[in-house]
Design a protein around this ligand. Structure first.
Ligand code: NAP
Length: 497
């Protein structure tokens, strides 16, 4: 199939065969400004609706995602190149996440009475007001579920949303817009802006009231600075170099299969996937045998069939990074225990799931995020050494611990935003009622849970002072007022919590 001419469109190519897939109109900066103005006009009416009405629309969208499951899977796969089972993670996550958020929102967002400054005389209520128009910028690796779940929380909080998807994967977000419309979302409340980040990012920062960004740490840092200039809210879910610990009391069969899944699902292009494994020396040999067997039995391939565990990498650029990391490691003395080969016979960007040992700190793969199917294995002498090595990173997104008894105690010592015990990444990410995000350079703020909803609001405290102001009444001296109040505070401190 021949390519359409370059111009005011985005050409999406299919990673499965590097052929033309779709041509999407590219939004200009002026069109983005116009969409933001329309969003700003409609948002107050949306905010006036009871939360339960907004939640009903989001819950309906969850049902439509399940109804349209096959179509959603096809779109995700065609744009990203991932396997169908990895694409299904997106359907599962978005359909369940939306329902959980919709159920929780009325309670999380409700106004709450608090003890006032002066008991009885001050009535104090905390409200959560929407920030207004929220910008969301998403990457290509989870092109459906990240737009869906982030937009849902911002909309539930009473905001309008403009969303810029990655230019490699705009169709999945456009499909989401169709689903939201069918679910009953009024026009202009959710607008997808396909286009270049470098052109639309500055408009979104300048014209909206909050930015939720998912992508690289480098871009996130740049956007956070720009938001700080305007003093608008920012949250970023950024990179990771996630560790996994196999402790002496681990179930090794489960740990090996789980480690292969945690490192190679989504072809390793998952911010929370595992790239470093620290294995206690007492179980190292047994674990490695099992892990190599689990890895080499994974089926790689392209297309819509359910038979493949691992799909294609998403682009030539991703393939180049993976090859560069593996070649650099091998050139400097690392050993390939499994994989290590580009597989153009299966698809132009297919790469075997790869396990390395003998990785040292002078190799790129040691500390840099590969964002591909490459796992480095390290033998450690003690649980303390495993914890220290896991924490030795500028990132702090996700960690995995394999142990029958030690999980909760070791988790408390890890500096990562999520920890999965006896699994790799899905249980924490899929616990939508709980917050998810990164420590250190892996991010700022959280998605999911009440934190992920409340960040799209400004809290407003309304205090209604009755009968007397908090000041000396007429005819009472400052000194007398201060004495009475001091006594009152002493009593309050004793009897009130
Ligand atoms: P990226 O280059 O930062 O791109 C991500 C998004 O940002 C794309 O939509 C991109 O738009 C846009 N963008 C790029 N430059 C911009 C700018 N100056 N202003 C505004 N927007 C801009 O990230 P990537 O390398 O493609 O994505 C992979 C990274 O995302 C990995 O590091 C991964 O760990 C991280 N990630 C993190 C999470 C998480 O939850 N923590 C989840 C998924 C991915 P274009 O369309 O123009 O490229």
């Amino acid at each position: 199939m021949s390519n359409p001419p370059e111009g005011s469109t985005i050409t999406v190519r299919r990673p499965f065969d590097d052929q033309f897939h779709a041509e999407i109109p590219r939004v200009t900066a002026d069109q983005a400004r116009a969409a933001i103005s329309r969003a700003r006009r409609i948002q107050p009416r949306w905010a006036e609706l009871p939360v339960a009405r907004r939640a009903a629309i989001i819950a309906r969208a969850a049902s439509l995602i399940l109804r349209d499951c096959d179509r959603v899977l096809d779109v995700i796969q065609d744009e990203s190149g991932k396997s169908r089972i990895s694409a299904f993670e997106e359907v599962m996550d978005s359909a369940r996440g939306l329902r959980v958020f919709a159920n929780a929102a009325p309670n999380v967002l409700r106004s709450r009475r608090h003890p006032g400054a002066i008991p009885v005389l001050t009535k104090t209520v905390e409200h959560h007001r929407p920030v207004g128009v929220v910008s969301i910028i998403t990457p290509w690796n989870y092109p459906f579920t990240l737009p869906t779940t982030d937009a849902a929380q911002a909309l539930l909080a009473g905001n309008a949303v403009v969303l810029k998807p990655d230019s490699q994967t705009p169709s999945a977000a456009l499909l989401l817009a169709e689903i939201f419309t069918e679910a009953g979302l009024p026009p202009d409340l959710f607008t997808v802006l396909p286009g270049a980040g470098s052109e639309l990012g500055p408009v979104m920062v300048a014209e909206t009231d909050y930015l939720m960004f998912t992508g690289s740490t480098a871009t996130g840092r740049q956007l956070a600075k720009a938001c700080a200039e305007r003093l608008i809210g920012f949250s970023g879910e950024l990179g990771g170099k996630n560790p996994l610990l196999v402790l002496p009391d681990a179930d090794l069969d489960a740990a090996a299969i789980g480690t292969a899944r945690a490192a190679f699902a989504n072809t390793g292009q998952l911010c929370i996937s595992i790239e470093r494994a620290y294995v206690h020396r007492s179980v190292y040999a047994d674990f490695v045998d099992r892990l190599v067997a689990a890895t080499t039995s994974m089926k790689i391939g392209v297309g819509h069939s359910w038979e493949f565990d691992i799909g294609s990498l998403s682009s030539a650029a991703q393939l180049a990074t993976v090859e560069a990391h593996v070649n650099d490691a091998v050139d400097k003395g690392a050993t390939v225990l499994a994989g290590g080969r580009h597989r153009p016979d299966l698809g132009p960007y297919c790469y075997e799931p790869t396990i390395l040992t003998g990785v040292t700190s002078d190799m790129e793969v040691y500390a840099e995020e590969t964002f591909g199917p490459v796992l480095s294995l390290y033998r450690v002498d003690s649980v303390d050494d495993a914890v220290a090595a896991a924490n030795e990173s500028r990132y702090g997104l996700n960690a995995s611990i394999w142990s029958r008894r030690l999980g909760p105690d070791v988790a408390a010592r890890l500096r990562t935003g999520t920890v999965n015990i006896n699994d790799g990444y899905a249980p924490a990410f899929g616990s939508h009622a709980a917050p998810m995000g990164g420590m250190k350079e892996s991010g700022l703020g959280r998605r999911h849970g009440s934190a992920g909803l409340l960040k799209y609001t400004e809290s407003q405290t309304v205090a209604d002072q009755r009968l007397l102001p908090i000041a000396p009444p007429p005819g009472v001296s400052n000194e007398t007022f201060a004495k009475v109040l001091k006594l009152g505070i002493a009593v309050m401190n004793r009897v009130l919590p």
